[in-house]
Design a protein around this ligand. Structure first.
Ligand code: PMP
Length: 320
């Protein structure tokens, strides 16, 4: 007979390793520790919020068995939702901007999701991926999981990511460094640390071309431009990003992000995506300015390299 208490795939979400970076972090005055969110079953930090959002929608009666979920996603939230939808019997529609890698589209379709690709249009354009998702949800009666504004997103990080890091660090943490797409990670971890590790400084790692870093520094949006790194940065502050909780911002250009990502692969064996490179570049700046005896710098690695394999920047440098 089947054991009804057998663990489900969804039970393996979270409790990811916090690893040292022995080579990239060599010679720093403080430990540099990486939270390996790429090791979640769906390959990204977004598994946590996908599960939390669906749990909350079920609890509050917003979805019934067989419901269709729809999300505007750079890909990772879609992957997380696809795992949860498959396990729980929901249908999933993902609306993705053209910019996002083909690898993510292929993976989402493999997981049984329907993928709608939209032009790379700004937020005030009705063709923008978030506007298309909202419109379809209203028109078809689908449940918009709404990672940009859903409070279950930062709450998942406040309740799981933050406490896990505090439990694993084995000592004080001077800074926590992460990018912001929806802002759920930074906001949720910040809320947890404000209570349990109030001296930790929260650092935003932002791609050049996003307006967010300048918002942290001066309260005014920075120059809105194009960049290639996926999943982080924005042309406006998303509802789930509480910038008042962020103490410092570092701007990282694409080339630095991608070069660091390749170093994470070849020097550390960490098979992560481009936004991990952005975060580690920012974390190294913070760590280099630290004094011996300051607490560790913790950096969050959001996703896995497999979703970028077709990208030019992800091609290995040397001969076969
Ligand atoms: N990196 C990648 C690759 C992502 O897809 C995301 C989420 N869009 C993030 C970082 C940022 O996470 P958050 O939405 O919690 O700010």
């Amino acid at each position: 007979m089947r054991n009804m208490n057998a663990p489900s795939l969804l039970d393996s979400i979270g409790r990811t390793p916090l690893a040292t970076l022995p080579r990239i972090g060599a010679g720093l005055p403080v430990p540099l520790l990486a939270k390996c969110e790429h090791l979640n079953p769906g390959g990204s930090v977004k598994d946590r919020i996908a599960l939390a959002i669906v749990d909350e929608a079920e609890r509050s009666g917003r979805i019934a068995p067989g419901a269709t979920l729809i999300e505007a996603t750079a890909g990772n939230t879609g992957m997380g939702l696809a795992l949860v939808a498959a396990a729980r019997g929901y249908s999933l529609v993902c609306v993705m901007p053209e910019k996002m890698s083909v690898d993510k589209r292929v993976a989402l379709r493999a997981l049984g999701a329907r993928v709608i690709v939209t032009p790379n249009a700004p937020l005030d354009d009705p063709r923008n991926f978030q506007n298309v998702a909202r419109g379809l949800a209203a028109e078809r009666g689908w449940y918009l999981t709404d990672q940009f504004a859903n409070p279950a997103n930062p709450l998942a990080h406040e309740r799981s990511t933050g406490p896990e890091i505090l439990g694993q660090a084995g000592g004080p943490i001077s800074a926590f460094v992460a990018g912001a797409g929806t802002g759920g990670t930074l906001t949720g971890v910040a809320r947890c640390f404000e209570r349990s590790s109030p001296r930790t400084r929260m650092v935003l790692a932002d791609p050049a071309g996003s307006v967010l870093a300048e918002m942290v520094r001066s309260g005014r949006p920075g120059v809105d431009g194009a960049y290639q790194v996926e999943g982080i940065g924005s042309s406006r502050v998303p509802p789930n990003l509480e910038l008042a909780r962020v103490h410092r911002a570092e701007v990282v250009i694409d080339d630095e992000s991608f070069a660091m990502t390749r170093r994470l692969w070849s020097e550390e064996g960490l098979l992560v995506g481009g936004s991990s490179g952005t975060a580690v570049v920012a974390a190294l700046r913070v760590a280099r300015e630290s004094n011996p005896g300051d607490g560790a710098v913790v950096v969050l690695l959001p996703d896995s390299w497999d979703r970028y394999r077709s990208k030019e920047w992800a091609q290995p440098a040397g001969p076969d």
